[in-house]
Design a protein around this ligand. Sequence first.
Ligand code: PLP
Length: 391
Amino acid sequence: MNFNFDEIVNRNNTNCVKHDGLKNFLKVEDALPMWVADMDFKSPPCIANALKKRVEHGVFGYTFRSDAFFDSIINWMQKRHQWSIEKDWISFSPGVVAGFTLAIEQFTNPGDKIIVQPPVYFPFFQSVDDTKRKTVYNPLKLVDGRYTFDFDDLEPKIDDKTKMLLLCNPHNPGGSVWTKDELLKLHAFCQQKNILVVSDEIHADIVYQPAKHIPYASISESAAMNSMTVMSHSKTFNVAGLTTSFVICKNQELLKKYNKGLQIPHLHMGNIFGNEALVAAYTQGEPWLEELLEYLKNNVALVDAFLKKHLPQIKLIKPESTFLLWLDCRALKLNAKELGNLFLQDAKVAVNEGSMFGPGGEGFVRLNIGCPRSVLEKALNQILEAINNID
Ligand SMILES: Cc1ncc(COP(=O)(O)O)c(C=O)c1O
């Protein structure tokens, strides 16, 4: 190993949502932070070096994105995902949530219906509600321990107001990496019903073999023309605070509309440090990423073995992707509040209680394992003790 993922980095007093937010938002001081979806590892040195170099320049005025920005995205997509894209398909987004929210605003009208597939990252349905569109919930089905699409549920929910589907590919929190067959089926459905797909692929690079990320827009020419993808290096390289993401959209008519939404509030220029970090990550970050994936895979294995041995009543939904584990705690027979309290107040482990991810999330919790193994071990032991103490 060239990189030390065991290192404990003190993130307190950095206005860090995950650590300092325990006190500020959850009103607890002594819990282990396994909630907010960033990792406790230092980003790769190539990123820190690129940022230092930019800081040394000393002038931080307005910039536009360099050729290196576009080239590094194009090369990364080709190399990691075998997806051939072109420069004029790419645009900027300050964040992935900002990207899909702008898409909702630009491609649909208030009152239109938008499909989301819970349990899912909560801003999916919050953005739909906040933009005065209507959420159509199409809950995923849990089949043999893996989440998949439920077309039988979806079909009768569609009418001529249903305009968009927000896809989470790979899926947070269920951890599914959608297969080509699943995506082809989804595309056939959406094409037939005239439903545009906006695919959030922020977790594309944290995928455990043999699963393989397939960009939705890469499955066919018609899928490319009937979709927009929002992506970022932010989860993969732990740089979410630099608020830099991008969209990929072959359909130039859609991209033009998206860009208009971006330009009206002058969001298009972005953050100079975010641009530098993206180029460094995608051109030099691969060796770090390979070691990260190995480390995370072993963290997953640790949780799996621990639960099987000590807490068989909690079942791990085996992740194909993400550093966010979805734990099925339904056998504990606790309601959402009781389950939240068990983890936060009794075990002193801050997780995301499942009902916040929408229908189908009740009885589950999401545990962030993007942390040194010693912290994960401590958290598991605290959870065990709290559960053993339930009378
Ligand atoms: C599926 C998904 N999309 C988007 C985000 C947030 O992205 P951003 O901070 O770039 O808006 C997250 C963060 O957890 C996520 O899991």
